[in-house]
Ligand binder design. Structure first.
Ligand code: NAP
Length: 340
């Protein structure tokens, strides 16, 4: 690979090459290709980041299957951490040599290096490693907005959290517990149940329980939970509504089993005036100010020890297809990173 000294790179016009995961068709993990791609100098407002670690997220699989739209051929990947190697005209937010982490689109993070909007780069505090930063930004900011914005939890609340041993779930359960919330976690295996308990879930309901709402009511003295954080989507939507107390909040934030089908508002009425929201992280960090405020809160809870990041799987970048296959077949727990 052609490397140019940092001092030169600010004005360089040398066309570089790098390696990245690309897809030329939508489909299963087998459509991923590890290819040599051009890496132009950063345009005005952009920085070039040399990746040290890349976060693996379920959302990447939606872009791969075509559930979320993109134009082919396309890259994949929504989050990475690394070092700023060059900056384009007008960039003031970061400098060459800064350690940064980011999440956002275009989804081209599965690459050794890439150009990205400098205003969306977050400086990594010295106490946090590149790998930790890549493992936590997207998932941790999601846990933050779920608990602080979509349904702001209150001490004493009981909530239901799906995929409690997964990436977002591991962080959300630790964080919710620290706020005095009783977390009922849903997981699919005994090992995941143990992990979820160790991360703050007071109760566990198994994902194959034929009557999740009944189990939840039993655990809440018949009342139901204040909020459900449901990332599973199609398979669990109505069981989640049935688990809520009157006026409860359904936060439907993912499609791990497929997207939720359209439903009638009367479904909310007959379950006692429920609320439903379908949030997306990027709406909560849509300006640099919002991004930095949210990231500061996330880094605070990491550095104070409230949140521990469990990087439970590591794969080489070129093995991203295997990483995605393992994520989709429910083999992973906590966070996963790809190493370029
Ligand atoms: N809207 C947003 O802003 C936003 C942001 C970040 C993530 N998300 C969503 O949050 C969810 C979690 O993301 P993540 O990256 O942290 O992944 P993850 O939770 O580490 O992995 C997904 C987990 O979902 C559970 N699951 C339940 N049904 C499944 C099915 N049919 N197929 C596969 N998995 C199933 C599995 O846990 P068990 O085996 O224990 O059931 C699996 O381990 C995803 O749905 C993602 O799209 C949404």
């Amino acid at each position: 690979m052609l490397r140019i000294p940092a001092a030169m790179s600010q004005e360089s016009t040398i066309e570089m090459k790098t390696h990245a995961i690309r897809i030329h068709q939508f489909g299963g993990p087998e459509v991923l290709r590890f290819e040599e791609v051009d890496l132009p100098d950063p345009a005005a407002g952009e920085a070039r980041i040399r990746h040290k670690a890349i976060g693996l997220n379920f959302i990447d699989t939606y872009f791969r299957t075509g559930l979320y739209p993109s134009t082919l051929p396309a890259g994949l990947g929504s989050e990475a951490a690394g070092v700023v190697e060059a900056v384009g005209a007008g960039v003031k937010d970061v400098r060459v040599g800064d350690r940064v982490v980011y999440t956002g689109r275009p989804a081209d993070a599965f690459a050794e290096a890439r150009n990205f909007s400098a205003s969306q780069l977050v400086p990594i505090p010295p106490a946090i490693s590149d790998e930790q930063a890549a493992a936590v930004l997207l998932k941790g900011l999601t846990a933050w907005y779920l608990l602080r914005r979509s349904y702001p939890v209150r001490k004493g609340d009981a909530v239901l959290l799906y995929a409690a041993a997964g990436g977002v779930g591991s962080l959300a359960s630790q964080w919710a517990k620290s706020l005095g919330v009783t977390v009922i976690g849903v997981v699919s295996t005994r090992e995941k149940a143990e992990l979820a308990r160790s991360q703050g879930c007071e109760h566990i309901v198994m994902a194959d329980d034929p009557d999740v709402p009944a189990a939840v009511r039993k655990l809440t003295g018949g009342e139901g939970v204040a909020a459900v954080y449901d990332s599973v989507g199609k398979d669990t939507f109505f069981a989640s509504l049935d688990s809520l107390r009157p006026h409860g909040v359904m936060v439907s934030f993912g499609n791990s089993s497929g997207p939720v089908a359209p439903f009638a508002p009367s479904e909310l009425a007959r379950r006692h005036s429920l609320y439903v929201t379908r949030p997306v992280l990027f709406d909560f960090i849509s300006t640099r100010d919002k991004l930095l405020v949210a990231s500061a809160e996330l880094f605070d809870v990491l550095q104070s020890g409230v949140l521990k990041i469990n990087v439970n799987q590591r794969y080489a970048l070129k093995d991203a297809a295997k990483a995605q296959a393992d994520l989709e077949s429910r083999k992973t727990t906590g966070s996963t990173v790809l190493i370029p």
